[in-house]
Structure formats: C-alpha cells, structure tokens
Design a protein around this ligand. Structure first.
Ligand SMILES: NC(=O)c1ccc[n+]([C@@H]2O[C@H](COP(=O)([O-])OP(=O)(O)OC[C@H]3O[C@@H](n4cnc5c(N)ncnc54)[C@H](OP(=O)(O)O)[C@@H]3O)[C@@H](O)[C@H]2O)c1
Length: 230
C-alpha cells in the first residue's frame, strides 16, 4: 500500500536519496528543507515528490508547513526527522550560541514538527529520528563533536520517550544512529575523509527501515555503522 512520508533535510545528502527511493517504490514523499531550488528540482523530477521549503528552526515556518500538510493529506504514515547541522569545534571553542544552535537544529526542530504533526499521523505511523553514532552511548567520541553528539544523544532518548507516550495512538518511534556517510556534511566537517557508505546506500536502507521497521522495532536506538561502537 502506498504511504505518505514527510522527510526533513531533503535538499541534499541522505534526505534527498530517501525521497527518491520512496518515490521509486511508489510512495509519496514530502520533501522539506530550507533551500528552495534543490527541493523544487527534486519535486519536478518525480510526480510523487512534493516540496515544502521550510526552516525547521522557525516556529512560524513549521506552523505553515503543518497547515499545508493538513490541507493536502488526510494522514501521514511516516515522518523521517533527518534534517541536521554539524558544528565542529572543541568544547573550549564552543560558545553558548553554538550549543543553542546545535540543539535548535538537531533536537528542538524535530520536537516541534513531531508535536505539530501528532493529529496527522495515521494509525501505525512510524517516526524515524536520524541520530548519530556520536550520540550513541559507549561509542568512540571525537574531539570537536561535543555539541553535535549531545544533540543527537538527546534525540535518541526523545525517541524512547515518544515510543511510550504515543503508544496509545499506535505510533511507533525509532532512532537510527548512523556511522560515517559520504555527504556534504561529512566533507565540511572532516575534509578528505572517505566514508564506507554512500548517501544513496544509506538512503535506501533508511527508506526500507521506515517502511518495514515499525513492525519489528519500537523505542529502539539502533546503531547503523560498520565500525565497532566500542
Ligand atoms: N553524513 C554523515 O556521516 C552522518 C553521520 C551520522 C548522522 N548523520 C545525520 O544524517 C542526517 C543527514 O545528514 P547529511 O549527511 O545528509 O547532511 P547534509 O548533506 O548536510 O544535509 C542536511 C540536510 O538538513 C537540512 N537542514 C539543515 N538545517 C535545516 C533547517 N533549519 N530546516 C530545514 N532543513 C534543514 C539541509 O537543507 P538546507 O540547508 O537546504 O536547509 C540538508 O537538506 C543529519 O541529521 C546528520 O546529522 C550524518
């Protein structure tokens, strides 16, 4: 059965590949990000992808997005909270504004859109939060990633809380903690680093998980990494 999925962070990288894979599988993807041009290009290439340009850190923008979703769709089956940013600075260099910015774009924005969409979710909907191995308990930690890793760790714990609080609505929530994936984010944070996984490969995996995973997992924080988390 064809599903309606909202994918944040869809203007490039993993999010764009998730949208393409959903569309190729016959589902409808709503692509969300700030950059209008790449979003519209994506939507123009696929009849079953629509674009809603949104800054997820702007409350009014998110309200507008949800109003449009309510107008265009009866229900939404999948929400993939994939949008994110990464500030690479040591703890000593990080300012309070850096901390606020990381928490705003990687945690609060996911909280806000999920909260606003609650009445839109279908029975048995699946919320997939895209976290990171940096935010996985017991994983190797790297200098420069404190604010990013903390924001992702919090997103993972939010997932556990959602799975309990939304169980009466039969909504499932899971977090995927990704290892390194070859995208602009990785290149900007770690120039020259070669990841073992492509954006397309990870996008395909996340799409399959979003469609099928809610039958097998709920409230789980799952590492998706070729490296040993210890
Ligand atoms: N790549 C990796 O190695 C890796 C590893 C672990 C976890 N992850 C996670 O995987 C997710 C996707 O990462 P990626 O590597 O594909 O990153 P990316 O290429 O930098 O893409 C990030 C996406 O998030 C969107 N975004 C950022 N801030 C936003 C905002 N305020 N409102 C709306 N959209 C926003 C960006 O679009 P605009 O700029 O157009 O808004 C872009 O589409 C992120 O959550 C990241 O933390 C990635």
């Amino acid at each position: 059965m064809s599903k309606v999925a909202v994918v944040t962070g869809a203007s490039r990288g993993i999010g764009r590949e998730i949208c393409k894979e959903l569309a190729d599988k016959g589902h409808h993807a709503v692509a969300v990000a700030r950059s209008e041009q790449p979003l519209n290009k994506l939507a123009n290439s696929y009849p079953n992808i629509s674009a809603i340009p949104t800054d997820l850190t702007n409350q009014k923008d998110v309200d507008k997005l949800v109003t449009q979703l309510e107008r265009d769709y009866d229900t939404v089956d999948i929400l993939i909270n994939n949008a994110g940013t990464l500030i690479n600075k040591t703890f000593e260099e990080l300012t309070l504004d850096d901390w606020r910015s990381q928490l705003e774009s990687n945690l609060i924005s996911a909280i806000h859109i999920t909260n606003k969409m609650l009445s839109l979710f279908s029975n048995d909907a699946h919320i997939v939060n895209i976290s990171s191995m940096g935010g996985f308990q017991g994983s190797a930690k790297f200098p420069g990633l404190a604010a990013y890793s903390v924001s992702k760790g919090a997103l993972s714990i939010l997932t556990e809380c959602l799975s309990v609080e939304l169980s009466d609505k039969n909504i499932k929530a899971n977090a995927l903690c990704l290892g390194a994936v070859q995208t602009e984010m990785l290149e900007n944070a770690f120039p020259g680093m070669e990841a073992p996984v492509s954006a397309k490969g990870m996008g395909n995996y996340i799409t399959d998980f979003a469609i099928k995973g809610s039958a097998f997992y709920n409230g789980k924080i799952l590492p998706v990494s070729l490296e040993d988390p210890d």
